[in-house]
Design a protein. Structure first.
Length: 258
């Protein structure tokens, strides 16, 4: 089961729970009003304001951090394309007889990097392809260092090898970025606050003798959708909102490596 599927189930649970608690809160409030019409709402505004403020603040920070990580992941794809392109151009510093084999390794490496993310959401297959990419890194490094020694050229050592380091380092950065997400307790807190806010909102609606289902369903739906969107942004290779479009820079680079 993918993270976004879990997020969808979580959002659906929040939606149902909020509707139930909104109605429960309304009935509790109606009972309280029948017992104490004058003091039923006295002093509750401060509590409601604190709970709704905390819920809004938590959602805002979580959404903001998710969006920041989403943009960061797209930027890293562009950075990897730039790093591979730069290293590929610097192969020209090597002797001509050493260039074809190394350029072929680069093509196979770029194919592997594209395949790694295309195999998601099958995480096991993606990790297996990542291992293949790392193996190709070793081949590229070994071949490049040997070619640099044979060339005896200082520019080749100074320009090609650092470019290869950057090309390899961005893989580790992207892999780690894929695993960086808010702790589960953050989403649990959002869920609990949403349910608590629903109970208080229902209590505040108790003056109406009949429930307003349009307001009830709209409030629960907007909250559930917001939670799902946050989860979807956090896992941009699994859901509706994804960074796959940014892979075109790697695809275009691969087409240029003829």
């Amino acid at each position: 089961m993918t993270p976004t599927t879990n997020g969808l189930l979580f959002a659906a649970g929040i939606f149902v729970g909020m509707i139930v608690l909104l109605e429960a809160g309304r009935r509790m409030g109606a009972r309280r009003l029948s017992m104490d019409p004058d003091g039923a709402r006295e002093g509750l505004g401060v509590v409601e304001g604190a709970v709704f403020s905390l819920l809004g603040l938590l959602i805002a920070f979580t959404f903001s951090s998710a969006a920041t990580r989403f943009d960061g992941r797209r930027q890293m794809i562009v950075q990897e394309a730039n790093d591979i392109g730069t290293a590929y151009l610097r192969i020209d510093l090597l002797p001509e007889h050493a260039q074809p084999a190394l350029k072929d390794l680069f093509r196979r490496y770029l194919d592997s990097r594209l395949e790694t993310y295309q195999k998601l959401p099958d995480r096991d297959a993606a990790m297996a392809e990542l291992a293949r990419s790392r193996s190709l890194q070793g081949e590229i490094w070994s071949y490049a260092t040997t070619a640099c020694r044979d060339a005896g050229s200082q520019p080749a050592h100074m320009l090609l090898l650092p470019a290869l380091n950057e090309m390899f380092d961005i893989v580790t950065t992207r892999t780690e970025a894929m695993n960086i997400h808010p702790p589960v307790i953050i989403f649990a807190m959002i869920g609990l606050l949403a349910l608590g806010a629903s109970l208080l909102a229902g209590f505040a609606m108790s003056k109406n003798r009949t429930p307003s289902w349009a307001h009830t369903i709209s409030f629960a739906a907007m909250m559930a959708i917001t939670i799902y969107v946050i989860v979807d942004i956090e896992y941009p290779r699994f859901g509706l909102i994804n960074v796959s479009g940014a892979d075109r820079v790697l695809v275009e680079l691969r087409e240029s490596l003829k």
